[in-house]
Design a binder for this molecule. Structure first.
Ligand code: S3P
Length: 175
């Protein structure tokens, strides 16, 4: 397993961005959030890309971004929750990186995104419907996250510091 980059995967709201930024700071590595990276390159939000150009266009941009980032070193990369649906993405990320799945149950994910309406795949839903949508998507994707990762990090009930500490111990990192 190569560990020249650390990659965080997992469902929307699982904490990839917060944990990733903290982890990068501790390691002295560059932190990249692929959604923000795409937004900067395109000059518009992920929400606007979905609305104006459709999900397929976004997935193409995501694939291109991941292919380029995978060639660099010493980055902590927080991916979008749907990145693992594309086998090319997983292959590219694995070539240089160690992939960590931040796993949380649907109930905890719901709590974290209940009041967020910027994520295009959850935006049309609220309350019970949103909870069911998360359960359905997680049922589809859970196995993909588990198959793609090198390590599963169960972060339920942990704050970002504690999750970073768990990752440090699991990977034997020294910081
Ligand atoms: C998506 C997750 C989002 C973003 C896009 C699609 C998904 O990223 O890439 O809205 O398919 O799960 P986060 O996981 O950072 O919210």
């Amino acid at each position: 397993m190569k560990c020249e980059n650390l990659i965080l995967i997992g469902f929307m709201g699982c904490g990839k961005t917060t944990v990733g930024a903290l982890l990068a700071k501790r390691l002295g590595w560059t932190f990249i959030d692929t959604d923000r990276y795409i937004e900067q390159e395109q000059g518009k939000t992920v929400e606007a890309i979905f609305a104006e150009e459709g999900e397929q266009t976004f997935r193409g941009l995501e694939r291109d971004c991941i292919a380029r980032l995978s060639r660099r070193r010493h980055q902590v990369i927080a991916t979008g929750g749907g990145a693992v649906k594309d086998a090319d993405n997983v292959r590219a990320l694995r070539e240089t990186g160690c992939i960590l799945y931040l796993r949380l149950p649907a109930s905890a994910l719901y709590e974290r995104v209940a009041n967020d309406d910027t994520r295009p795949l959850l935006k049309p839903y609220a309350g019970e419907e949103k909870r069911r949508r998360i359960e359905a998507l997680l049922a589809e994707r859970g196995a993909l996250y588990e198959a793609a990762c090198n390590q599963i990090i169960d972060g339920e009930g942990m704050n970002p510091e504690e999750t970073v500490s768990l990752i440090r111990k699991r990977l034997g990192l020294s910081f």
